[in-house]
Design a protein around this ligand. Structure first.
Ligand code: SF4
Length: 414
């Protein structure tokens, strides 16, 4: 599939803001990218025809949503495709795309409808000007992280239900138009994005509040990246915490990109290429990403002054005595380190959102008790999801009691 094919390219809806921004970035290189439908119970029913129930929940949700697109009476196989990046490594994520191809074959469709750029060649096949696309995609990640983080900071305190979400949706739309505009130079693109982020911040400041910002118990949210971001899959955990009087601060998506940078440099070093052109390229890429991130977060410097993100290297230092980077790869080491970072930043509790049977969650859970003990007994709890709804509210209510009493103790110590 080339980027000149004006077919509809369906992008998995990990989070709505993230998927909208990534789709916009893909439109900037010629794809007619659309966000997959919202997940619902029908999604899992569609997937159930081709799965055993033992696959990762994100895999079933992504597949089910693609199948919903196929079920549309107007669906034309010649004019649709599915975006499913892949990667190598121990995590089952690498199996998503091959599995989707197998299912398409089973239902008599062409497996090439799955468009699957791979991390092993730096996603080079995605477009002619891959570097410009990668930069736009990185900016899309930061913009969606900022939109989500600021929304979670304001929404629990809004006086009129739904106002913060409306503001977010309005600004998401304008930021997507900028990301999709191929005619903009990289310089103009970032200056327009910064301008819109300023106006998003100003709109948030206009929202009437029923309680002062930051006055609720603060919960750090870690876990498997798809599940923590996809509200259907995690039974709307963030909104439930808000309804129970809390505020959430979620580990952002950029964290994963920073982590892959660090891993790339570590592997080059291990291969004796510390002073190589590849290492130089990796360092320059990281510098450019930092510079873009700094500019895009700029309008929120004051907003985020008590929500500062630790650098990835600092997070990995925090996890070193529990699940060290070299031995426990990926989300295990990240979630252990981030839980400690949340403790240091003043969170009153940490929730890990993980798919049932995901090895990352199971391994990290064995360390959470020790991490909690070593950090003033901060409450940490893992919630597993397998697509079958359970009484999450009762479990959350109990956890919120622990969080509130931890918060009281912390105040007493000050
Ligand atoms: S992190 Fe866990 S749930 Fe997610 S793809 Fe990997 S194995 Fe599956």
């Amino acid at each position: 599939m080339s980027n000149n094919d004006r077919i509809k390219l369906w992008v998995p809806r990990m989070s709505t803001v993230g998927a909208e921004c990534l789709s916009a970035a893909l439109r900037s290189i010629g794809f007619d990218a659309r966000v997959s439908p919202e997940a619902d119970d029908h999604t899992l029913l569609c997937a159930a025809k081709y799965t055993t129930g033992e696959e990762c929940l994100p895999q079933r949700v992504v597949l089910g949503n693609f199948l919903k697109v196929i079920q549309d009476p107007d669906f034309d196989p010649a004019k649709n495709g599915f975006f499913m990046p892949t990667s190598s490594g121990p995590c089952r994520f690498g199996q998503y795309a091959p599995f989707q191809k197998k299912v398409l074959n089973e239902i008599g469709l062409d497996a090439s409808m799955v468009f699957s750029p791979t991390s092993s060649n730096g996603y080079e096949g995605i477009a002619r000007n891959v570097n410009k696309f990668k930069r736009t995609a990185w900016r899309a990640v930061i913009v969606s992280d900022v939109l989500r983080k600021a929304t979670y900071m304001v929404r629990p305190y809004e006086a009129n239900a739904g106002e913060t979400d409306q503001v977010q949706q309005k600004h998401l739309k304008s930021m997507c138009s900028i990301l999709a505009d191929a005619s903009l130079s990289t310089q103009k693109q970032i200056s327009f994005l910064v301008g819109h982020l300023e106006s998003f911040r100003d709109s948030l400041n206009q929202i009437s509040l029923k309680e002062p910002l930051g006055s609720r118990s603060l919960l750090g949210i870690v876990g498997e990246i798809y599940l923590r971001l996809n509200s259907y899959s995690n039974q709307n955990l963030v909104r439930r915490v808000e309804a129970l009087g809390g505020e959430c601060w979620m580990a952002d998506v950029a964290e994963w990109v920073w982590y892959t940078n660090v891993e790339q440099q570590r592997k080059l070093k291990d291969a004796g290429q510390n002073y190589s052109l590849d290492m130089l390229g990796a360092k320059i890429k990281e510098m450019i990403q930092h510079s873009d991130e700094k500019k895009l977060i700029g309008p929120f410097a004051e907003y985020f002054q008590h929500r500062k993100e630790l650098s990835i290297r600092e997070i990995l230092k925090r996890s070193a005595s529990y699940l060290p980077q070299r031995k426990a790869l990926g989300e295990m080491t990240l979630n252990a380190g981030k839980a400690i970072a949340f403790y240091e930043a003043g969170c009153d509790g940490v929730i890990d959102i993980s798919p049932f049977t995901c090895m990352n969650g199971i391994v990290t859970e064995t360390y959470y008790h020790q991490i909690s003990q070593d950090h003033q007994d901060i409450p940490i709890r893992i919630f597993y999801f397998d697509g079958v709804p359970f009484d999450l509210d009762s479990d959350l209510e109990i956890f919120m009691e622990l969080v509130k009493s931890y918060r009281k103790k912390q105040y007493a110590r000050e």
